[in-house]
Write a protein that binds this ligand. Structure first.
Ligand code: ADP
Ligand code: GLC
Length: 483
């Protein structure tokens, strides 16, 4: 199959969260299955060195593009996804992409991602690459199905093209004032959601849900949750209206990057059969963090965007209390909303010997935390898939998660009778739930036999892309067969 995969972030080139991990890994697996996959993304200023081997695509230079009253010229650079043969097309338009961050609050934010989608299709035309599948991800690329049905409807190159929209997070929708509809293009009006056509703002994710040939999301539980008023963030009606339903496919893990036996960031490697490297990693890491606790003290890790979605509000009253009454140490890496950053910074001041907070984004530290910690905390309010809990399982770091979305689908509550289970799972999104989970985990940690069993159960799990990407292949095949 010829597959055009388009995303606003692709690891390792540009990443703010799990979308980048998926966009950097799923195309590789599809390529390994033998498909002709091409990836499209913006050339953000931060990518710089990532383009050293990129070459200008000859007939896609200084291409003029009108977006309503706005006029741009973009160029396309052809590169490869790092360590692969997979064509990666960078859309170069410094006027839009030379900004301090991947996402902005700037007034032209919609134009930045509109240009990405238009440029991807214009590039397909110039390459005479008629994709069987265009795979879009999240709101930034969710208008593309609509563009194919309107502006590009004349082009026979796309006559056989089917579109897939994967929702990584329904909480981010791309809602822009109705004046931006002209920027999308005059001929789309008749195809928009009725209230938008009547003057309401345009919601890109909603248009994607209405126009994509297939809508998927990143776990089976989340596929169900977003169809309910509680989980749909206002789009549950549109999601339920799709008679073909929403396909939930759990993300995979790129075990080439996330594997304690080979992780280049670790001095001491380890595996399920020999955990001594994990103990050594923890010892080294506690020293490096300057936390003067013995290695018998359980270390709990967090690596996360600091937003309300991740459930950190629950920590405000529980963590100080738990730190006062129990023996544990905490290491947190994250950036985001100030109130959470302040909370963790203050916690570190109050418990300097047991709490270590690191603001900002740091991939190496993320790997070290996964490897050195005994437990990994994800008390998410909602979690479409979540990747860190799956990384944790591989690293023998027991996840403590709330039963929601992909966390519910990837972590199984420990059962002392059957000795099965891979983590601690709590149900209710409240401090009582979290308190219970933390106490349960800390108690279990003292039962060395049980703990080792949970660790080993987790390390035996297989969330490889090899498995998960087959499910996307099935979706594509179904579409092409007209199902
Ligand atoms: P989300 O996409 O909602 O942020 P995921 O669990 O799917 O959540 O993916 C988060 C990804 O981003 C993981 O690869 C995680 O290691 C990484 N990550 C999040 N915050 C940071 C950070 N501050 N530094 C380094 N990596 C981070
Ligand atoms: C989103 C979700 C996260 C998911 C990631 C990749 O950022 O918040 O749960 O794992 O996308 O699909």
């Amino acid at each position: 199959m010829r597959i055009a995969f388009i995303a606003s972030e692709v690891a390792p080139l540009a990443k703010t969260g799990g979308l980048a991990d998926v966009a950097g890994a799923l195309p590789r697996q599809l390529h390994d299955f033998g498909h002709d996959v091409r990836v499209f993304m913006p050339l953000y200023a931060s990518i710089g060195a990532g383009t050293s081997d990129a070459v200008a695509l000859t007939n896609a230079q200084a291409v003029p593009l009108h977006l309503g009253p706005h006029f741009y010229r973009f160029s396309v650079l052809e590169s490869r996804l790092p360590d692969s043969n997979i064509p990666l097309y960078f859309v170069h338009c410094p006027e839009l992409y030379d900004r301090p961050s991947i996402y902005t609050q700037d007034v032209d934010e919609h134009l930045r991602f509109l240009l990405l989608q238009r440029a991807a299709l214009e590039t397909c035309q110039r390459l005479v690459f008629g994709p069987d599948i265009v795979h879009c991800n999240d709101w930034h690329t969710a208008l593309l199905p609509l563009l194919l049905k309107s502006i590009y409807a004349w082009d026979r190159l796309f006559a056989g093209t089917r579109t897939v929209l994967t929702i990584h997070n329904v909480g981010y929708q791309g809602v822009f004032g109705s004046h931006t509809i002209d920027d999308v293009g005059g001929d789309v009006r008749g195809l928009l959601a009725p209230d938008t056509a009547a003057g309401a703002p345009i919601n890109w994710l909603r248009e994607g849900i209405r126009h994509a040939d297939r809508v998927t999301t990143v776990s089976p539980t989340y596929a169900w949750e977003i169809c309910t008023p509680l989980g749909g963030h206002g789009l549950d009606g549109d999601l339920r209206a799709r008679r073909d339903g929403i396909v939930g496919i759990l993300n995979g893990v790129d075990y080439a990057e996330w594997n304690p036996a080979t992780d280049p960031y670790l001095k001491h490697h380890y595996s399920r059969d020999d955990l001594s490297g994990k103990v050594a990693t923890k010892r080294w890491f506690l020293d490096w963090l300057n936390l003067p606790v013995p290695e018998t003290t359980p270390l709990v890790g967090i690596v996360s965007r600091l937003t309300a979605q991740k459930g950190f509000d629950l920590l405000f009253d529980t963590l100080p209390e738990i730190l006062t009454t129990r023996d544990l140490a905490f290491v947190v890496l994250g950036s985001g909303e100030t109130r959470y950053e302040q909370f963790f910074a203050e916690l570190q001041q109050r418990f300097p010997e047991r709490v270590s907070f690191h603001g900002g984004y740091n991939n190496e530290l993320a790997h070290l935390i996964e490897a050195a910690s005994d437990m990994f905390l994800m008390p998410s309010m909602y979690e479409p898939c979540g990747l860190n809990q799956m990384y944790s399982l591989k690293y023998g770091t027991v996840p403590i998660v709330r039963r929601t979305g992909g966390l519910a689908d990837s972590v199984q509550m420990w059962d002392p009778i059957t000795r099965q289970g891979t983590g601690i799972v709590f149900n209710d999104f409240d401090s009582t739930g979290l308190r219970w989970a933390l106490h349960t985990a800390l108690d279990l940690y003292k039962d060395r036999d049980a703990w080792l069993q949970i660790v080993r159960n987790g390390m035996a799990q297989d969330f490889s892309w090899e498995r998960q990407a087959r499910k996307y292949e099935d979706v594509y095949r179904g579409l092409l067969a007209g199902l």
